[in-house]
Ligand binder design. Structure first.
Ligand code: COA
Length: 571
């Protein structure tokens, strides 16, 4: 699903996760926060190394079933290596003889992280077998030293930009870089690192147009930063998109994660980030109580951690490739139409009070929003967790059902029997008969029933997409001709996901977003909160038919119409 795709990772694959912004008064505050995050991740890693992460359990529908935890263990131990035809997810666990879900716990070797600052990359050792983990003070001092060095040292080739290229292009360039010993050393350090800490520059508030709801940076602006960095002149070279976890911190307090998707789903990243942020805030509370504990930063002299700048030799081929990569990422960034849209009228509490599954309800609102705009539905992907099975990842809830279509069409008829929206303004008349409120309600109940059934089928392992994918790949591996079904026009249409959706529930005020998966489609993640729903909508500006602003308006109207409809329901 991921490794075969040749498109660049930013926008097309790596999601961005915006954490609640912090408040920094100085560079030291920023370094201290980043150090605390790294310390928190190291503590989390110790739990992983001991294989002691509590097993999660299904919260509903055969409640209590254990969920596979393998992807949580992959988060801090994987690297996506580019290949000419197909990428490889390299696991450091396997190279250490551990197996996913296994019980062996060989002592972890020393760990290091890569720090990116002003497009320069540094290797920072964070733990060693003899001395254990670096202290928070040591890490803070080293991060400050990195910031000083990055500001004063001469230009370094911004090699991180190459990881934003198409996967085949980057694979060839990586091979080329490996021919030089210095480059090979730097690449090996990056590929074996725990994660990357990106000390970014803030994007200007006007980056994505006038800020919505105030003069400062809005959530959409921060989501841009987490998804792609903002372009070659901003932070896109302050990244290494192949790394599973890139922790982003900028001086204005914006922070979050850009993550590579092949190792794990968003759920695992949210769990990691929220767990670490809670540890950080607990430390902050503890430190605030201890008089003087926050004063100053201990010198790192003699400590285990010393950051060193990575060295690169850029020949003409590399310099040319860097210029090309800058043009490509800037075009991609410019093309992304993104909108973090908060629907504030109600959230999952109201939906539950209507005795409807909130997830099924929001899926129908997306179907209605799409129908209102285009007078048709489109192949829709919703990720459904299959972690009830060992090594399960996701299957696809296909929300564009015949029942959803019948209901959406009925909802779009006005009282004269014509379709009351943009296209009816052009005089379009429909031929089907007028629906009463009761009929619309009946159609809604049928659509919800179908949607809920498909959702439950998927999460309990009865989905169709992964099954089909398995058959297709099996045929390939056996060297058999691709079966006819996979060449059928209907198969192509069914997999051109004009709506790519995913519930990403968080307990913090955070939001995760990603780009559309087809040139003429929408990405739509949503986070149902008790009293609001946060959507992250995406599309490409180069497609003249799509617009996240219009889609958000259509969603608002759809969610309003649905509340009205349910108001007519018997208690
Ligand atoms: N009446 C009242 N309440 C209901 C209800 C009904 N008819 N149906 C469900 N609910 C309640 C549930 O009990 C649950 O309660 P809780 O908040 O106390 O836990 C809540 O509503 C939410 O349930 P629902 O909206 O039905 O779905 P879900 O939370 O089980 O989520 C999926 C459904 C498909 C999103 C989820 O199973 C899943 O797979 N998530 C992972 C998606 C993913 O991988 N995302 C990341 C991709 S990068």
């Amino acid at each position: 699903m991921y490794l075969n795709v040749r498109l660049p990772l930013p926008v097309h694959s790596n999601p961005g996760y915006v954490l609640p912004p912090r408040c920094f008064r100085s560079a030291q505050d920023m370094a201290r926060f980043a150090a605390r995050m790294v310390s928190g991740i190291l503590q989390h890693k110790e739990v992983l190394d001991r294989k002691e992460l509590p097993v999660e359990r299904a919260a509903s529908r055969e409640k209590g079933q254990p969920l596979c935890m393998a992807q949580y263990y992959r988060l801090l131990s994987s690297y996506r290596s580019p290949g000419a035809d197909r990428d490889v997810l390299v696991s450091r666990l396997e190279s250490r003889g551990e197996r996913e879900g296994g019980r062996s716990t060989p002592p972890p070797p020393g760990e290091h992280v890569i720090v990116a600052c002003k497009q320069k990359l540094y290797c920072l050792p964070v733990s060693s077998p003899g001395q254990g983990a670096a202290s928070e003070d040591e890490l803070t001092a080293e991060l400050l030293a990195v910031m000083r060095d990055a500001a004063s040292s001469p230009r370094c080739p911004p090699v991180g930009l190459l990881t934003a290229e198409r996967r085949d292009t980057w694979a060839a360039l990586r091979q080329h870089l490996y021919n030089d010993e210095r480059n090979a050393r730097s690449l090996k350090l990056i590929e074996k690192s725990l994660l990357m800490v990106c000390l970014d520059e803030p994007l200007p508030p006007s980056f994505n147009g006038p800020p919505r709801g105030g003069a400062g940076r809005d959530e959409t602006n921060m989501a841009h930063q987490m998804i792609h960095g903002g372009g070659s002149a901003a932070n896109s070279a302050n990244r290494w998109f192949d790394l599973t976890v890139q922790l982003v911190v900028s001086p204005d307090g914006a922070c979050g994660v850009c993550y590579e998707h092949s190792a794990a789903e968003g759920v695992a990243v949210v769990q990691l980030a929220e767990d670490v942020l809670r540890r950080v805030d607990a430390t902050v509370a503890g430190v605030a109580g201890a008089a003087g504990a926050a004063a100053g930063v201990a010198a790192a002299e003699g400590g285990p951690a010393r950051a060193s700048r990575l060295d690169w030799a850029a020949d003409q081929t590399v310099e040319h490739a860097l210029r090309q990569a800058a043009v490509h990422i800037d075009t991609l960034v410019e093309d992304l139409d993104l909108y973090v849209y908060r629907y504030l009228e109600y959230g999952k509490n109201f939906i539950k009070s209507c005795r409807v599954s909130p997830d099924a309800y929001i899926q129908l609102s997306l179907q209605l929003a799409y129908y209102r705009m285009y007078r048709r539905l489109v192949a829709t992907y919703e990720s459904a967790s299959t972690r009830r099975y060992l090594l399960g990842r996701v299957d696809c809830i296909r929300s564009a059902t015949a029942e959803a279509l019948a209901w959406a069409a009925a909802m779009c008829q006005d009282e004269t029997g014509s379709e009351g929206d943009e296209e009816s303004l052009l005089g379009k008349k429909v031929t089907f008969s007028l629906h009463t409120a009761e009929e619309r309600l009946m159609l809604f109940e049928a659509a919800i029933k179908k949607q809920t059934e498909i959702m439950v089928d998927n999460i309990t392992g009865q989905g169709i997409d992964v099954h089909l994918l398995g058959l297709r790949e099996m045929a390939r591996e056996l060297g058999e001709p691709v079966p006819e079904i996979f060449k059928d026009e209907a198969y192509r249409t069914a997999n051109h996901f004009g709506l790519s959706t995913s519930q990403v529930a968080t307990s913090l005020e955070s939001v995760m977003g990603y780009g559309p998966v087809v040139p003429d489609g929408y990405g739509a993640s949503y986070n149902p909160k008790p009293d609001c729903i946060v959507f992250c909508l995406s599309a490409f500006k180069s497609c003249e038919h799509t617009s996240t602003a219009r889609f958000a308006r259509s969603l608002e109207e759809s969610l309003g119409a649905m509340r009205q409809l349910l108001g007519a329901r018997a208690p």
